[in-house]
Every structure is written in structure tokens, then in C-alpha cells.
Design a protein around this ligand. Structure first.
Ligand code: NAD
Length: 498
């Protein structure tokens, strides 16, 4: 037996003892373990087979059916552990995200090659803002016919799909929400972001097993495919789906016949009117659109500015460090960032070139034929309203600025650009009538006034955090209640005590 295997066996024995004698927590070297986060902060050993030899999988599966069965067993164990068990798991996941933020962010960036390290770190650190068990408060009714309690209860196993744009953050945020509500989960991650998903899931499951005594509460498919997605959706233990991604996965989930919570694509427009604080608007547009190189589904993707303030807004954007492209440079970037295929009406339909998604502004600048200072966060250019950069969800640190005559035209164009996703829209204005008109017309799940997009997710605005914003299915920013069934408990004619 080598040393690592001995440690695994000792850990197993200690975990079992801890179940018999709650509170016992030992590291395998015999010292008292400081906290679940610290204990698991170093990268987990990349050797699931040893854990499997000890009868544990740490949530990692190649077979989707096995994963669903393991999650189903974990769900039943979680029921036994009560609310306290859920609270502990939520705390473990949040602590591990904080403790491993730098390492996991680096791992995810290396694997996906999209986005920015500083923001990837922050995206893990803010998992602590995802609400937990405290979010679930039953509703009570009391009247002449007794009392009734409506409880928010779990579904069981939830099948989840996560995007490449934020793989570990979405898995972690989903686990917090889903387990707080009493569920277990099986994740089919994006194939290009599965390695980091597996490593994070192993770390979560290891610590959860050690602290709570449940293995496989959050399972991940190691080699995700469309077939594993279909197997998860078809498994009888899976009572609910939650998919986070673009139009393809939303359509696929809705076709399964199971209830699906769909966090779909967005193309958030920004309207800037002539009552706005232009310096603040420019700063906020840059902060939002440059965040993780514009990978956020809520991220600012196109700006409509009133004609009488457009020049000033663009000057402010330059003052805040964004770089303006000339029409020639914009043409060069457009040719690199899109390919064109024949559309249904015979016209040319733009398709985003994946090579440029989530790349740094300096890479985009190179394609545009311009050299920009290192550290440049965002490029912009003035375009027409029908430009591909306006209509396509391009997820690049470039933002088109479109001039509009008045607020009515701005709202009309913003509505077209949003494409009916009903995801996110933003206005910079001090005129409440303009805000109201845009809010009503756009009808989006998030409508942010005078702030960057992240303010809509509790980062600088009031509210809580989630990486799954259910837009086409209408649940909005998901939280533990989203993953519950409402069950009613009725006492007839009694227990109303006055
Ligand atoms: P993507 O659509 O390429 O992939 C998302 C996930 O769906 C991946 O796991 C992928 O493997 C899977 N998938 C794709 N097509 C599928 C199909 N036909 N059947 C089964 N699974 C399928 O998206 P991405 O590049 O990973 O992420 C970016 C997209 O996700 C953007 O459109 C963005 O707006 C959206 N998104 C939305 C939210 C939200 O909360 N609404 C959050 C993050 C990302």
C-alpha cells in the first residue's frame, strides 16, 4: 500500500467514526482539521479510482445512469440529515469557493481559454452571495377553518447543464441553491469546461462526505456528451431540469417533456439618454461589458445613445480607458469576428467566430489592425443599428454605439436588438418616465438603471447572486425556492389558537 492509499483508508475510517461521534474531525496526519475549506483548499488528488476502491466516487461518473442513481441515494441521505445537513453543505461549498478561488479560476481559464483571471477569481468569491436554507420560509394561513402551511419542499434529483463561460461558478451556485432546497444534482458540464468541473466537484463531494457523511450529493459526468444529457433527462429519478446556456440547450431541455428551468441567452441593450450622468454611464458600460471579457449573459452588448449626447458619451468612454475604433478598423474586426452564411431569406447571416469569444481586447485590437495599450479592457465603435455586433450575442470586449434621434427610437431599437430573449436591459437616465417606458417595452427579467450589469446580480446593487437566470421559463434570478415543490399541509377546524 502506498502512502496515499493509506491516507484514503484512514480518511474513510475517520469519516465513518465522525458519523457515529458527531464533531470528530481529524486530518489524516492526525492533527485537528481547521475547517472544511482549508482541509480541501489544495487541489484534490486526480485519482478517483482510489476513492472508488474505498466505495466512493466523490461525485465523478462516466455513466449518466449510475450518476443519477448515486444522486438519488444521496438525496435520501440528505433527507435524513435535515435542514442542518443542508446548511452544512451550503457552507462547505461557499467556503471551498472562497478558499480555492485563485487556483480554480486559473484552472478554468487554462482549460477554456476564455475570459479574465481577475474576474474568474471574483466570480468564485461571490458564491457567498447565493442565498441558502434561510431563503425558504413556509407560508402560513390561519382562519375560521383552521390553519394551513405551505412548505417549499425538494423535488429529489435535478439534472443540470452548465456553460463554458462560467463552469465552476455555475456548478457551485447551482449546488448551493439546489441543496439548500433539499435536492441532489447531476451535472452535464460543457465538454470544453468539464475537467475543471470534475476537479471542483471532487473537492466539494470529498469535504461533504467528510463533514456530513454523504457522498455524491452533486454528481458530474466526466466525459459529457449529448447522449449523457439525454440519459440524465430520461432517468426516472430526475424530477426537474435546470439548463444554463444558449438557444440549443434551452430548446433541447424543453423538448424532453420534463419540467425545465431554462437560463437562456441574452443580448442586453443599453440606452443612454440626455439626462444621464455621462461619465458614470461610460464608466459603468466599460465595467459591465469588459467583465470577464463580456462573457456574462447579463453583460452590456450594445449601446443606443441619444444623438445629442453620443459624442460626449464616446469621449467619456475614451477618458475611462476604452479604445475607439475607426470605421476601417471596425470593418477589419467584423470580418475577423464573424463568418457569414446564407440566411433563410437569401441574405448573409452572421455567425460569431468562436476564436474571438472571451478573448482580451488586445487580441481583438490586433484583428482590427490597431495597437492598443496593454491592459485595455474594452474597444468600441460607432455602428448602424443593423450591424452584426448589435444583433449577435458576441461575448467579446467590444461594444457598438448606435446613435438614435430620441428615446422612442432608442427603445424601439433596443427591443429589436434584445431579440425577444427577455433577459436583461439597462438604461442610464435621470428621467423616470424614460425608465418606465423602457422597462415596460423591453419586458426583461433584469432591468438595471444607472449601474453596470453586475448590479443586477447583487454586485453593487441590492439583491442576491445566481449564475442561472431563468429567462424563457420565467423564474428569473434562480434561488433555493426555484428548486422546490410547494406542498400544503392542512389542519381542519383546529389549532387556530385565538
Ligand atoms: P452553449 O449553449 O454552447 O452550451 C451550454 C451548455 O449546453 C453546455 O454544457 C453544452 O454542452 C450544452 N448544450 C449545447 N447544446 C446542447 C444540446 N443541443 N443538447 C444538450 N446540451 C447542449 O453555451 P456556452 O457557450 O457554454 O455559454 C454561453 C451561452 O449561455 C450564452 O448564450 C449565454 O447567454 C448563456 N448563458 C446564460 C445564462 C443565464 O443565466 N441565462 C448564464 C450563463 C450563460
Amino acid at each position: 500500500m502506498n502512502e496515499q492509499l493509506i491516507q484514503e483508508v484512514v480518511a474513510e475510517v475517520v469519516a465513518r467514526l465522525a458519523q457515529v461521534q458527531p464533531g470528530l474531525r481529524l486530518k489524516t496526519d492526525g492533527a485537528t482539521a481547521p475547517s472544511p475549506a482549508k482541509a480541501a483548499a489544495s487541489p484534490p488528488s486526480p485519482a478517483p479510482p482510489r476513492a472508488a476502491a474505498a466505495g466512493r466516487r466523490r461525485g465523478v461518473f462516466t455513466d449518466a445512469n449510475e450518476a443519477c442513481e448515486a444522486a438519488s441515494a444521496a438525496f435520501r441521505q440528505l433527507q435524513e440529515k435535515g435542514l442542518e445537513g443542508r446548511r452544512k453543505i451550503v457552507a462547505i461549498v461557499k467556503e471551498l469557493c472562497e478558499a480555492n478561488a485563485a487556483e480554480w479560476a486559473r484552472m478554468e481559464l487554462e482549460e477554456t481559454k476564455i475570459g479574465r483571471l481577475d474576474h474568474k477569481i471574483e466570480k468564485l468569491q461571490v458564491i457567498k452571495l447565493v442565498p441558502g436554507v434561510e431563503w425558504l420560509r413556509p407560508d402560513g394561513l390561519s382562519g375560521d377553518h383552521g390553519i394551513t402551511l405551505e412548505e417549499y419542499t425538494p423535488f429529489g434529483v435535478i439534472g443540470a447543464v452548465t456553460p463554458m463561460t462560467h463552469s465552476i461558478p455555475t456548478i457551485a451556485g447551482n449546488i448551493v441553491n439546489m441543496v439548500a432546497a433539499g435536492n441532489a444534482a447531476v451535472f452535464n458540464p460543457h465538454p470544453k469546461a468539464a475537467r475543471c468541473a470534475v476537479l471542483a466537484a471532487q473537492t466539494f463531494n470529498e469535504a461533504i462526505y467528510r463533514e456530513v457523511g454523504i457522498d455524491n450529493i452533486a454528481c458530474v459526468i466526466e466525459n459529457p456528451t449529448l447522449e449523457s444529457f439525454q440519459a440524465i433527462c430520461a432517468h426516472e429519478a430526475v424530477r426537474l431540469l435546470c439548463v444554463t446556456g444558449g438557444p440549443g440547450v434551452v430548446k433541447a431541455a424543453m423538448q424532453t417533456g420534463k419540467r425545465a428551468i431554462c437560463a437562456g441567452p441574452g443580448n442586453p441593450p443599453v440606452l443612454v439618454d440626455d439626462t444621464a450622468n455621462l461619465s458614470r454611464a461610460a464608466r459603468d458600460i466599460i465595467r459591465g461589458a469588459a467583465y470577464d471579457n463580456n462573457l456574462l449573459c447579463v453583460g452590456e452588448k450594445e449601446v443606443f445613445a441619444l444623438d445629442n449626447v453620443a459624442d460626449k458619451l464616446m469621449a467619456e468612454m475614451e477618458r475611462h480607458g476604452a479604445v475607439r475604433l475607426t470605421p476601417g478598423q471596425l470593418d477589419a474586426l467584423t470580418k475577423a469576428a464573424f463568418t457569414f452564411k446564407e440566411g433563410q431569406d437569401g441574405g448573409a447571416e452572421p455567425v460569431v467566430n468562436k476564436e474571438f469569444i472571451g478573448k482580451d481586447a488586445t487580441v481583438l485590437a490586433q484583428a482590427a489592425g490597431v495597437s492598443v495599450p496593454n491592459g485595455t479592457e474594452l474597444l468600441f465603435a460607432e455602428t448602424e443599428a443593423n450591424h452584426p455586433f448589435v444583433f449577435e450575442e458576441q461575448m467579446m470586449p467590444f461594444i457598438p454605439i448606435v446613435r438614435v434621434r430620441d428615446v422612442e427610437e432608442g427603445i424601439r431599437e433596443a427591443l429589436k436588438a434584445e431579440r425577444g430573449y427577455r433577459h436583461t436591459s439597462i438604461i442610464h437616465s435621470n428621467n423616470v418616465e424614460h425608465m418606465t417606458a423602457m422597462g415596460r417595452a423591453l419586458d426583461t427579467a433584469l432591468f438595471i438603471k444607472n449601474g453596470p450589469c453586475m448590479a443586477g446580480l447583487g454586485l453593487g446593487g441590492e439583491g442576491y447572486m445566481s449564475y442561472s437566470i431563468a429567462t424563457p421559463t420565467g423564474e428569473g434570478v434562480t434561488n433555493p425556492k426555484t428548486f422546490t415543490r410547494v406542498r400544503r399541509c392542512v389542519m381542519v377546524d383546529n389549532l387556530r389558537i385565538y
